[in-house]
Design a protein around this ligand. Structure first.
Ligand code: HT7
Ligand code: ZN
Length: 845
């Protein structure tokens, strides 16, 4: 397939006024009858009538009531149409039960559900399946199943049918239908203007006991969006459905959000603190899309970041408000560096707004989502909170009901602030992570900070231009007092100097406070300065950052010079661990958040060395034992102090204590042979404690009884079984990882058609860096074998998991050859999907 280009965008030839759909549901032979009012788009040059359609059996078609025989291809159909307005009618047959790709209408555990973003609606009926064609939908569902749902408000229903009407014009990707034997958990919300909204979360029987937390998160999201962005909900009903088989996290279909059950269902016994937090975030994210995505949608898929970047930014703000802002910022920066920086550094690098694609599903990436969110955060920093709020108000009024572009978005900021956004727009068009080098000097009471920026070439973009980078800084006196509070510097040139006058001694700079831009800072600071910042920085992010930089430096020296960990680092950790004035969650991030093995590999590569994944793994193992020994007098006290009495609460403070307690447990397990972990496993009354204990035991090579016990206890709970599969692969010693995967994929509960289960095993495998990168290539071959098997079943999930190979260029010739051979083997598969083919081609480029 040929790529499509942003520059080739043309408006749709025909627009749609309204759509009537009737679904006669049947597992293998569902009939979809459509009636669509089209009119010629006066803004379009072309008059060609083309409807997308894939894997459909056309039974008949009519225009204005007259039967026609369209020209049908694998991708859609064309036919002659009247000059202006006309009615298109058609009936197609589809096979939801055999739809394992989970795109379009498919079946999951006996229920029907849909996933239409990005281009799944064309697998349901013939239609102009593009986001700039927005229409009002009326839907009739005929089925004997008790719950029949679609978008909008319910109208009439009776024995074997239900009808829905969505008054808000929407693109086809937001269409949804669900039919099944489902149980609702219900509540009600009254909007600020007094409108009553019925809230329901639907789940399979037995799972209805696990919906309360998601429902509460939904109500909090609705209140937050009213308070912070002035956005109210706009239908009489808001439904959420939990589905076990789902390619992504969730989907924001208008009034009918469909969720991967992993992001809805939670009870203290079955879900970890991390699960509760991500449920809260994903519920909020999908709800916030109602305004940023649904009321204002994207003109075309190149503008995906318009809705995703902004909605991620909003959900990050929400989590910061619900929990700890500092901890959330650390978590977001960690995730950005792990996934987005890695993407920017490799063959898959692309701008936040890509310029071309073959398969849009391959662009639901960390760059579009997470870097897209960082770009919004930078805009807010640059224009200030007040102007940001004004700009957002203008965006909502000016573009409500539109399919908009990044140009529209930036124009709002230009109009509100009078600021020229031309240079800022490079954040959307230029791929790659800017690197800022910091040097400084001090003379006659004046401190000068010199910043230079550079972005390395990325595929298709050899030359980079300077970007507008908000660099938040603060200055500390050598005694730890802050002499210049947080100040925003705007770096716009390749190199710029900033001066600070009236200082008595050379200060210690704290650079990029609160991670004010998604950039890499090169700043030669010695161990002493980092330890100083870890102890004194007033900016919590940079305090954590100093600890993280110290840890990275220590690991790097251990790998390259084979030295013992620096005692200054170990003392710093002890001081943080002991500091009861610090939030436990924050302490947990500093003590437990080691640099990733992958990050160390990248750093070595950038220094011109060849990373050895096994050596890196062993270094971490040594370091963790050293930390455990150094902290052995403190950890039992911390462990005891972090036990939360009373019944389980998923709230941030209790979760923070458990997080620090479990870090203490994993350190203690390195020295006590798993005694404390076994004890915790035996007494745990919640999944956070139970899983942490099992993980600590398995990591020490023990835990066989607990592993079996865990299986017996939870074998009927799919989401808990995913944890059981994943923890075994994640904790396996590198030389055992492939064997563990092989044995687990033979387990009766392994089902590759379920994306959660597949990811639990094969996703965890690529996360076991040393196991995946075994020098004999066995890890690469194992993953390649499974991706070849998965591709014909579920190309989207297979394509996403090819990213495990994206760092192949950093390794030795032997590993590179094994990885390239594995990728070529996937590419040569005659049954390869377009999704996977595009990914492998880009990876090998
Ligand atoms: N907007 C949704 C994207 C999504 C998706 C994309 C491709 C394939 C399957 C998918 N399921 C959901 C999710 C979101 O960002 O909110
Ligand atoms: Zn989203």
């Amino acid at each position: 397939p040929q790529p499509i280009y942003l520059k080739d965008y043309t408006p749709p030839a025909y627009l749609v006024d309204d759509v009537h759909l009737t679904f006669q549901l049947s597992p293998n032979t569902t009939r979809v009858i459509s009636r669509v009012r089209f009119c010629k788009n006066p803004d379009a040059a072309s008059a060609e009538f083309f409807l997308h359609g894939e894997d459909l059996r056309l039974m008949w078609a009519k225009i204005d009531g007259v039967s026609i025989a369209p020209d049908v291809t694998e991708k859609g159909l064309t036919c002659d149409v009247p000059a202006n307005a006309f009615t298109w009618e058609a009936e197609v047959e589809i096979d939801p039960a055999n739809n394992t790709a989970l795109e379009g209408l498919y079946m999951s555990n006996g229920m029907y559900c849909t996933q239409c973003e990005a281009e799944g609606f064309r697998k349901i009926t013939y239609f102009p399946d593009r986001p700039d064609v927005m229409a009002v939908y009326t839907v009739r569902i005929e089925s004997d199943l008790p719950v029949l749902l679609s978008n909008g408000n319910p109208t009439v229903s009776g024995a074997g049918f239900a009808e829905w009407h969505d008054p808000w014009p929407k693109p086809s990707y937001l269409f949804a239908l669900v039919a099944g034997d489902l149980i609702p958990t219900s509540d009600q919300f009254t909007t600020a203007s007094g409108k009553d909204v019925a809230l329901n979360i639907y789940a399979r029987k037995g799972d209805e006991t696990k919906c309360a937390y998601a429902l509460d998160a939904l109500k909090r999201s609705m209140t937050w969006d009213e308070n912070v962005y002035g956005r109210e909900y706009d239908l009489d009903i808001f439904n959420i459905v939990a589905v076990d088989d789902f390619n992504a996290g969730a989907m924001e279909n208008k009034g009918l959000n469909i969720f991967n059950s992993a992001y809805v269902l939670a009870s203290p016994e079955t879900a970890t603190d991390a699960n509760f937090e991500s449920i809260e975030a994903v519920i909020a994210h999908e709800y916030f899309h109602n305004w940023t995505g649904n009321r204002i949608t994207c003109r075309d898929w190149f503008q995906l970041c318009l809705k995703e970047g902004l909605t991620v930014f909003r959900d990050q703000q929400f989590t910061g408000d619900m929990r700890s802002k500092a901890v959330k910022r650390i978590d977001d920066a960690v995730a950005l560096r792990a996934y987005q920086f890695r993407e920017d550094n490799g063959p898959l690098a692309h701008p936040v707004r890509p310029e071309s694609f073959v398969e849009i599903n391959n662009f639901y990436t960390a760059t579009v989502y997470e870097k897209g969110a960082e770009v919004i955060g930078m805009l807010k920093r640059l224009v200030g909170d007040e102007k940001y709020a004004e700009a957002l108000d203008l965006y909502f009024t000016r573009h409500d009901g539109d399919a908009a572009t990044i140009e529209d978005w930036l124009a709002v900021f230009e109009d509100v602030t009078g600021r020229d956004m031309t240079q800022f727009k490079r954040w959307y068009t230029q791929a790659g992570t800017p690197r800022i080098t910091v040097t400084d000097s001090f003379e006659n009471g004046t401190y000068t900070l010199k910043l230079t920026q550079e972005t390395r070439p990325t595929p298709g973009q050899p030359d980079k231009k300077p970007q507008v980078i908000p660099v938040a800084i603060g200055l500390l006196a050598p005694d730890g007092t802050e002499v210049v509070p947080t100040t925003m510097l705007e770096l716009t040139e390749d190199a710029q100097s900033f001066t600070f006058e009236g200082l008595t001694e050379k200060p210690v700079p704290s650079i990029l406070r609160d991670f004010s831009a998604p950039v890499i800072i090169n700043h030669d600071q010695d161990t002493k300065t980092r330890a100083f910042l870890l102890a004194h920085d007033t900016d919590p992010f940079n305090r954590w950052e100093a600890g993280h930089a110290l840890a990275t430096e220590v690991v790097m020296r251990m790998v390259t010079d084979d030295v013992a960990p620096d005692p200054a680092f170990l003392d710093g950790l002890a001081a943080v661990m002991r500091d009861d004035n610090l939030d436990p969650a924050f302490r947990a991030r500093i003590v437990g958040e080691m640099p990733r093995q992958d990050d160390i590999a990248q750093r070595l590569f950038e220094q011109g060395r060849t990373p050895d994944p096994m050596a890196i793994y062993r270094t971490f193992e040594t370091l963790k034992v050293q930390i455990a020994l150094h902290l052995q007098d403190i950890t039992p006290r911390i462990y005891a102090a972090m036990q939360v009495p009373g019944s389980y609460s998923p709230a941030a403070d209790a979760a923070g204590k458990r997080s620090l307690g479990n870090i203490a447990l994993s350190l203690m397990s390195r020295l006590d042979g798993g005694k404390q972990a076994a004890q915790q496993y035996a007494t745990a009354d919640n999944m956070t404690q139970q899983l942490a204990a099992l993980s600590a035991l398995l990591k020490q090579g023990g835990g066989a009884d607990q592993r079996a016990d865990f299986f017996q206890q939870w074998r009927h709970e799919k989401l808990v079984m995913d944890k059981w599969f994943a923890v075994q692969v994640g904790t396996a010693a590198p030389e055992d990882a492939a064997a563990t995967v092989k044995s687990l994929t033979k387990h009766p509960l392994f089902d590759m058609r379920n994306p959660n289960r597949f990811r639990a095993v094969l996703g965890a495998f690529s996360g076991n860096a040393a196991g995946f990168h075994m020098a004999d290539g066995s890890g690469y071959n194992l993953l390649a074998d499974w991706l070849i098997k998965l591709d014909p079943v579920n190309p989207q999930t297979a394509a996403r998991m090819t990213t495990a190979f994206d760092s192949w260029k950093r390794y030795d010739a032997n590993r590179q050859a094994h990885m390239v051979a594995a990728l070529q083997r996937i590419l040569k598969n005659p049954e390869i999907s377009g999704d996977v083919a595009e990914m492998i081609t880009r990876l090998l480029d």
